[in-house]
Write a protein that binds this ligand. Structure first.
Ligand code: GDP
Ligand code: GDP
Length: 466
């Protein structure tokens, strides 16, 4: 598993020049693929020993009127959504233009990680532009010259940690991810059968992990849940608590909650830097069906929070974001708005996942948190009938025909839901290897919206047919 870098910026700043340098060979500049992928090029890139996918927003003209601006924005947003990291490029010789400002705004809102590249930086003519670039609010500008290959080792050092992170994830995923065993059903089960298959039971309770940084309030939350359960059911009744998990019953749904704080204490791991290590979180994620990422309202969306939320998504778990210590927030309205904005910007892969404000101390919001967990679990188990899926697929194909690489249009023949937990779909098609990520993303976003599956990871596999 490697990461995807999108090169974005206005026309003529040198995006294609860098794309060609990274991909290492000239690939056809313009191809006449109809459909949604027309304006995006994807290539296998290499920089030193790092291998990744690069996307270039080729085929743009300078936006002079509204419609072009709109098109440019759309295309850029699509590239940003497909990427793990964006290289936002400006022409340092030309300085920062109003169009650059527009791009910067999109990226600040939307992109998880941005590298600001000042291209054409060979020689002194670029100095003023580089200084201006600090004003874009996207961190320290990186001087590069795509044409002369300058700045590539600096770019390498910026991509290195990202590459490491993805390799680490790949290794972890291999160890822990449940196999996506595609079992192609000839016929759909009845809804009753499906219901029965996944509804939590006393033997198979809904498994929840509460993860978060130290001091986010995990222990307080767990104790509160135990306490409330006790109030409702009398001392000790209904609760069994062992060292790493406890059992509760929420409106008739049996739930098992993993106590990661307790786990760490039990393992006596001395966390010197007071840092939730990836492996701690990972262990919890591995146990869980639903992962509650508990944030501290005073310091929400710290790097560790983002990593664990992203990991949970990648591992295919349903995710609920809970913002704790809401009792000490004064400006609740404004704060909530800011939180939602940060959430969308920093965790676009979890778009639509619930964000619940709680106070573990007072117990406020815990009922809403419970309801959100149960709903997330339902969505995660959702099954869509093959008939419905294929009618939907036809409509999607008509709206946006798939691309035709080399003049041969990829044919999407048939689609079925191969698994749940999380929902996984298989599309039978010609040339699955040629299917661009952008088209898959188009389908995934469509599924999410049209079948009401917000916030759950959705897997889509393209399969060739002999
Ligand atoms: P795109 O529209 O952003 O893809 O830009 P191109 O890659 O097509 O480049 C636009 C122009 O800038 C071309 O004439 C390139 O030769 C030139 N160019 C690209 N990179 C550099 C560079 O590092 N230095 C200089 N001086 N010119 C460059
Ligand atoms: P953990 O490390 O995630 O298990 O966090 P703890 O449960 O030990 O809580 C860390 C600190 O935050 C403790 O001092 C708690 O009393 C405090 N705390 C936890 N939840 C809340 C809350 O909802 N409101 C407030 N004001 N403080 C809280």
């Amino acid at each position: 598993m490697s990461f995807t870098l999108a090169i974005v910026g206005r026309p003529n700043v040198g995006k294609s020049t860098l794309f060609n340098r990274l991909v290492g060979k000239k690939i056809a500049l313009v191809d006449d693929q109809p459909g949604v992928t027309r304006d995006l090029r994807e290539g296998a890139a290499r920089l030193g020993d790092i291998e990744f996918t690069v996307i270039d927003t080729a085929g743009l003209e300078e936006a002079t009127d509204e419609s072009l601006q709109g098109r440019m924005r759309k295309l850029t947003e699509r590239a940003v959504d497909m990427a793990d990291v964006c290289l936002f490029m400006i022409d340092a010789r030309a300085g920062v233009t109003p169009t650059d400002q527009l791009f910067a705004e999109i990226l600040r809102k939307r992109a998880p990680r941005v590298i600001l590249g000042c291209n054409k930086s060979e020689g002194r003519a670029a100095d003023a532009g580089v200084i201006e670039a600090y004003g874009l609010g996207l961190g320290e500008p990186l001087r590069i010259s795509a044409e002369h290959g300058e700045g590539m080792s600096e770019l390498y050092s910026m991509l290195m940690p990202i590459s490491d992170e993805f390799e680490e994830r790949a290794a972890l995923a291999e160890t822990f991810a449940p196999q996506l065993d595609v079992d192609l059903r000839e016929e759909d089960g009845t809804e009753e059968e499906d219901e029965a298959a996944w509804r939590p039971t006393a033997e198979r309770p809904l498994q929840v992990a509460v993860v978060g940084r130290p001091n986010a309030g995990k222990s307080t939350l767990i104790n509160k849940i135990v306490g409330e359960e006790r109030l409702l059911t009398g001392p000790e009744a209904g609760i069994t608590r062992d060292s790493i998990s406890l059992r509760v019953d929420w409106d008739g749904v049996p739930v098992k909650i993993f106590d990661t704080a307790g786990m760490r204490k039990k393992a006596k791991v001395q966390d010197k830097v007071e840092k939730l290590s990836v492996s701690d979180g990972l262990r919890a994620v591995k146990f869980a069906e639903v992962v509650v990422v508990l944030l501290d309202a005073a310091i929400p969306f710290e790097q560790q929070d983002l990593r664990i939320a992203d990991l949970a998504e990648r591992e295919g778990r349903a995710v609920v974001i809970a913002v704790n210590k809401w009792d000490i927030e004064d400006e609740k309205q404004e704060k909530l708005k800011a939180l939602k904005e940060s959430f969308e910007r920093l965790l676009p892969q979890l778009r639509g996942a619930p964000l619940i404000t709680v106070s573990a101390k007072t117990g406020r919001g815990l009922d809403r948190l419970q309801a959100a967990i149960i709903k997330a679990h339902e969505t995660w188990n959702r099954r869509v009938s093959t008939g419905k899926l294929n009618r939907w697929l036809q409509a999607m194909l008509e709206q946006h025909p798939p691309p035709a690489p080399g003049g041969h249009r990829i044919k999407l023949r048939y689609m079925t839901q191969a698994k749940t937990r999380p929902p996984g779909f298989v599309v039978m098609c010609s040339h699955p290897d040629k299917m661009p990520a952008s088209y898959s993303r188009y389908l995934v976003n469509g599924l999410r919206g049209d079948f009401d599956m917000p916030g759950t990871p959705i897997r889509l596999t393209m399969r060739g047919q002999g």
